[in-house]
Design a protein around this ligand. Structure first.
Ligand SMILES: NC(=O)c1ccc[n+]([C@@H]2O[C@H](COP(=O)([O-])OP(=O)(O)OC[C@H]3O[C@@H](n4cnc5c(N)ncnc54)[C@H](O)[C@@H]3O)[C@@H](O)[C@H]2O)c1
Ligand SMILES: CC(C)[C@H](C(=O)O)[C@@H](O)C(=O)O
Ligand SMILES: [Mg+2]
Length: 360
């Protein structure tokens, strides 16, 4: 039976990096007889330009019908000044996450040993790094109501958002994190701001309650400001981190730099049944878009995660990861992970090298 993969290139470097991941998927599909059917649709700024909205109904229908989704990135300065906040590229991405119930966001930050010198941190601080950030993705301040900009007395404008989680939302992301920790080093750090925000007092309470079901997992708690500092100071102290939507967004970008570049960080966003959307953690990188400069490896590794988590093709995912490691062994580097003595390659040359490694 064939499996439907929906590809959403998006904006900026999105189409460039996704093109390389698509080549990889097409190759392993043929090599390993996976029976994948790949289709593409518009999202983000590209969809605004074509259809006037960031998430056309046809794209949402295709996303619902697909077995898995691979997304590039959305957004860019051309759409940032749109006065209607609903007609922003980012709303397309948030709309898919929320409509498909993709609440469980896994962002693994793994340092390939070959890149120990590409990190801005000392090699001894990051070598051997392997942490997993579990980010709640469909709730919290990103989606809380009420929200908006209103006028106070005297015509003073005031912007407001609502940071809200109910206990069921906390419990279900907590379970994802405890299960992930159980399958790894059995240490879970829950990140909150329980010294200030009531919503995260409840978060902490529910994590404690859940930990009774997971006596084999060691639970700790950390305030988010300290967590940001500890990630840079001594990141290897962490195994799995679990946190809400906005804290997870920020901490995962910080974790990305530990691995050498944000161009190396893949992600999975899963629903209750394990159906998922897969995307690099980075954005559309308008500063380098259209120049064949972007690192496609996070997207290629996201395709690998898709095979592992949603399509039950772990062996092929292993092959993709080994191919990524092989191209790094060949000293090939896009600009973001380049260092002295390495060979600088373009987006498509990096894709060529991964393809060649898969064929070797
Ligand atoms: N998931 C997504 O679609 C997503 C994520 C983050 C930001 N965005 C959007 O992207 C746009 C730009 O945001 P930003 O500049 O804050 O973040 P960004 O991640 O796009 O870029 C930050 C920096 O990292 C570099 N970078 C990012 N990905 C890279 C790659 N694969 N290879 C090499 N270098 C890379 C960029 O060149 C830039 O210097 C905004 O419109 C934002 O909303 C989208
Ligand atoms: C583009 C934006 C909506 C998105 C987020 O904040 O979730 C991005 O930063 C991410 O990390 O996936
Ligand atoms: Mg982000």
């Amino acid at each position: 039976m064939s499996k439907n993969v929906l590809i959403l290139p998006g904006d900026g470097i999105g189409p460039e990096i996704v093109a390389q991941a698509r080549r990889v998927l097409e190759l392993v599909n043929a090599q390993d007889n996976l029976g994948l059917e790949l289709t593409e649709a518009l999202v983000g700024g590209a969809a605004i330009d074509a259809d006037g909205v960031p998430l056309p109904q046809a794209t949402l229908d295709a996303a619902n019908a697909a077995d898995a989704i691979l997304l590039g990135a959305v957004g860019g300065p051309e759409w940032d000044t749109n006065p209607d906040f609903q007609i922003r590229p980012e709303k397309g991405l948030l709309g898919i996450r929320s409509n498909l119930g993709l609440f469980g966001n896994l962002r693994p930050a793994i340092l390939y040993p070959q890149l120990a010198h590409a990190s801005t941190l000392k090699p001894e601080v990051v070598s051997g790094l392997d942490i997993l950030i579990v980010r709640e993705l469909t709730g919290g301040i990103y989606f809380g109501q009420p929200r908006g900009v209103r006028e106070k007395e005297g015509g003073i404008r005031e912007g407001y958002n609502t940071y809200v989680y109910d206990e069921n939302e906390i419990r279900r992301i907590g379970r994802v994190a405890f299960e992930a920790a159980r399958a790894r080093d059995k240490r879970l750090c829950s990140v909150d701001k329980a010294n200030v925000l009531e919503v995260t007092v409840l978060w902490r309470e529910i994590m404690e309650e859940l930990s009774k079901e997971y006596p084999d997992v060691e639970l700790s708690h950390m305030y988010v400001d300290n967590a940001a500092m500890q990630l840079v100071r001594a990141p290897k102290q962490f195994d799995v981190m679990v946190t809400g939507n906005m804290f997870g967004d920020i901490l995962s970008d910080a974790a990305a730099m530990l691995t050498g570049s944000i161009g190396m960080l893949p992600s999975a966003s899963l629903d209750v049944n394990g159906k998922g959307m897969y995307e690099p953690c980075h954005g559309s990188a308008p500063d380098i878009a259209g120049q064949n400069l972007a690192n496609p490896l996070a997207t290629i590794m996201s395709a690998g995660m898709m095979l592992r988590y949603s399509l039950n093709e772990g062996a092929t995912a292993d092959r993709i990861e080994a191919a990524v490691s092989a191209v790094l062994d060949q000293n090939l580097r896009t600009g973001d992970i380049w260092s002295e003595g390495m060979q600088k390659v373009s987006t498509s040359e990096m894709g060529d090298a991964v393809i060649a490694a898969l064929q070797a």
